[in-house]
Design a binder for this molecule. Structure first.
Ligand code: EPZ
Length: 444
């Protein structure tokens, strides 16, 4: 099981490039189900979740090309024949976003059998709002043996009002609506850039959509959609993670190939914390430290508020700020898995319900820590970049789900980070108190 070995203390300096957005790529790949024609997507990140979705589509009979293009970031998907519209548990259990195939499968084939995703480290992750919307559009959905069985001769347009703002719920039902009969009005929709990205692809495929990116989306259903070629957005969470990496290490980091417009809440918060953040262009943001970090509170909200996917990363930064920062998580019920690992590195954090109180600055010392979910892993990487000594991060497969070659990218701007297989021979597990092996500088 891969581990990261990270020696803290180096300011990150230089330019680091952002990959395509995982959370745009996943719904856009699912959208290929809606047409018999080929859909070509560019700027697709090379991360585990994308490979999981590739397997999922192939298991249903789709053809997904190998990566192509100069940047090796282009894939072509053909769902001409969907011989087996089933999303099996073996795949769904590794990626709950597999539920994104539910809407397009029903819309295209009139049926779907999708394993219930189950929860994950950060929360129960129900999909009741997806189901409620599809039933309102005329689907008959039963649940048995851990699977959703859905059928509909043809979905009907409906007036849908989401009880809660849900990103993949909005995306799933948007993909159902584009082939439904008549008009669908969706209210209380998610406004995340990933929703707008999906709507732009669907429009290129011939869908009639108004209001994507706002709370109210209106769709005129079509009888069929054509293929398209589309380049997805840069990953705003990867970009935000890199901005915090530059900030926490006291560096001077230029984040390129991002979309500065999608980073408003994160940039404003970093400036409030005392950092110099300059937008050098629509796709380039520079962060520099500028004196001591100041404590600043965050409260996670749906877009355009401060993203829940940046909460763990911001908490790592807050451990280094002078003063008390309140970190309030409003979206998921269990998204503080990184706290105990940060405390083991020396952070001063107290959790009370959905609020974590971070007192700083705290000197972090290197430790052997365990990654628990995608963004908690990112938080531990950031803490290790500033900790005194060499940390070992276990279970970095969580990181690989959503960050492309992160150790190479960070090394390219001065981080001392490397990936290792099992450090110790089988059977001899190292106690957390053991001094981790000190690789020679050449090894880093
Ligand atoms: C998407 O998850 C993202 N994943 C998540 O990113 C992100 O954290 C989340 O949106 C919030 O921004 C993808 O896009 C693949 P939600 P999603 O439905 O759609 C509740 C990452 O780190 N809810 O917006 O699953 C839910 O429990 C991942 O990249 C229901 O109650 O999140 C949560 O409390 C983690 N019923 C809230 O809504 C439903 O049917 C928001 O969840 C659906 C959601």
């Amino acid at each position: 099981m891969d581990r990261f070995v990270i020696r803290g203390g180096n300011p990150l300096v230089g330019t680091i490039r952002v990959s395509g957005a995982k959370n745009s790529a996943l719904p856009c790949m699912a959208a290929a189900i809606l047409t018999e024609d080929e859909v070509t997507l560019e700027n697709i990140p090379q991360v585990r979740d994308i490979e999981t979705e590739r397997k999922l589509l192939a298991s249903m009979g789709a053809e997904v090309s190998p990566r192509q293009g100069r940047a090796n970031d282009r894939i072509t998907i053909s769902c001409r024949t969907l011989s087996d519209p089933v999303a099996r548990y073996e795949i769904v259990k590794t990626m709950r976003a597999s539920s994104l195939v539910l809407g397009p499968l029903i819309a295209r084939t009139g049926m779907a059998r999708v394993a219930m995703p189950g929860g994950c480290a950060i929360g129960g992750r129900p999909i009741d709002l997806h189901i409620k919307g599809l039933e309102k559009m005329g689907a008959t959905i039963t649940q048995e043996h851990g699977y959703l069985e859905a059928r509909a001769d043809r979905l009907r347009g409906a007036h849908l009002v989401f009880d809660k703002i849900t990103v993949t719920g909005t995306e799933d039902l948007l993909m159902a609506a584009v082939l439904a009969e008549g008009e669908t009005l969706m209210e209380n929709c998610a406004r995340e850039p990933e929703v707008t990205d999906l709507a732009a692809l669907l429009t290129a495929m011939g869908a009639k959509i108004e209001g994507a990116g706002t709370s109210t989306i209106r769709v005129q259903g079509a009888t069929s959609l054509r293929g398209a070629r589309y380049r997805i957005n840069p990953d705003r969470i990867e970009a935000g993670t890199f901005l915090i990496a530059g900030a926490i290490t006291g560096g001077d980091l230029v984040v390129s190939n991002c979309n500065a417009e999608h980073l408003g809440a994160v940039i404003a918060k970093l400036q409030e914390a005392g950092l110099l953040v300059d937008i050098l262009g629509p796709d380039t943001v520079r962060v520099r430290s500028h004196g001591p970090l100041r404590a600043a509170d965050i409260s996670t909200e749906e877009y355009p508020g401060f993203p829940t996917d940046m909460q763990a990363q911001y908490m790592a930064l807050a451990t280094q700020a002078e003063g008390v920062s309140q970190v309030r998580e409003n979206i998921f019920e269990n998204r503080f898995m990184h706290v105990q690992e940060l405390v083991r590195m020396g952070a001063n954090i107290k959790v009370d319900g959905s609020t974590a109180t971070v007192r700083g600055p705290a000197r972090l010392s290197a430790a052997a820590v365990m990654c628990s979910d995608l963004r908690a892993s990112a938080s531990l990487v950031l803490a290790a970049l500033v900790a005194d000594g060499e940390s070992i991060l276990d279970r970095v497969y969580h990181m690989d789900r959503g960050y492309e070659r992160i150790e190479e990218k960070l090394r390219g701007v001065g981080a001392q980070i490397r990936r290792m297989g099992d450090i110790f021979p089988q059977g001899k597990m190292r106690r957390a108190t053991d001094n981790p092996p000190v690789p020679s500088p050449a090894d880093i």
